[in-house]
Ligand binder design. Structure first.
Ligand SMILES: O=C(O)CCC(=O)C(=O)O
Ligand SMILES: [Fe+2]
Length: 183
């Protein structure tokens, strides 16, 4: 695959930067900072607060494996390091070769009154009228009719986002909805 393939597809033409603020929580075991989700973008570049942990990723198990084998693993902040998350749309265009990671943020249990802050840059398509109708599906070079049939149908980014937003935080991957039936 050409090194600039994703760039040419416009996967990072629209970058949205979001700041997350987690105030201290008096009963952190009873809630979460951010519920489990995967990011509805191609790629996320995340800056965590340098000494406030909280981010966890779900590890141990392929999609259809027994859920009991999955566990939450801490992603400790490393000063100066950025966390890179594969998002749902990169999983779709890579035909499942790259996996979008489920993650969550536990509530901030700090006792000294400090808030946790994180900054996420979501790389996505440009959703202006000119390009929003662009269709994204598994990249041709990664698909073969015999060994790697397409796993997902093609979508526009607004169509994907509207499904993602509409389904709510039900713990089910938004991508499942766009999976093609097995041959
Ligand atoms: O606060 C964090 O470390 C992660 C936030 C997050 O998952 C998101 O903004 O999508
Ligand atoms: Fe996220």
């Amino acid at each position: 695959m050409a090194p600039d393939r994703l760039e040419r597809m416009g996967c990072a033409d629209g970058v949205v930067v979001v700041g997350n603020y987690y105030p201290p929580c008096p009963e952190p075991r009873r809630t979460l900072g951010t519920s489990r989700h995967s990011d509805p973008a191609f790629l996320t570049v995340l800056l965590q607060d340098y000494d406030m942990p909280g981010l966890q990723v779900l590890v141990g198990g392929e999609e259809e494996e027994d859920e009991r084998r999955q566990a939450w693993a801490d992603v400790p902040p490393v000063p100066g390091a950025l966390v890179i998350n594969v998002g749902d749309l990169l999983q779709l265009v890579s035909n499942g070769r790259l996996r979008s990671v489920e993650h969550r943020v536990v509530a901030n249990g700090s006792r000294d009154g400090r808030a946790r802050v994180s900054v996420a840059a979501f790389c996505n398509a440009d959703l202006s009228a000119r390009t929003a109708a662009r269709v994204y599906g598994p990249i041709e070079e990664l698909v073969s009719s015999s060994s790697a049939p397409p796993l997902y149908r093609s979508v526009t980014v607004p169509e994907f986002l509207s499904h993602y937003d509409g389904k709510g935080l039900d713990g089910r991957p938004a991508l499942d909805y766009f999976r093609l039936p097995r041959a």
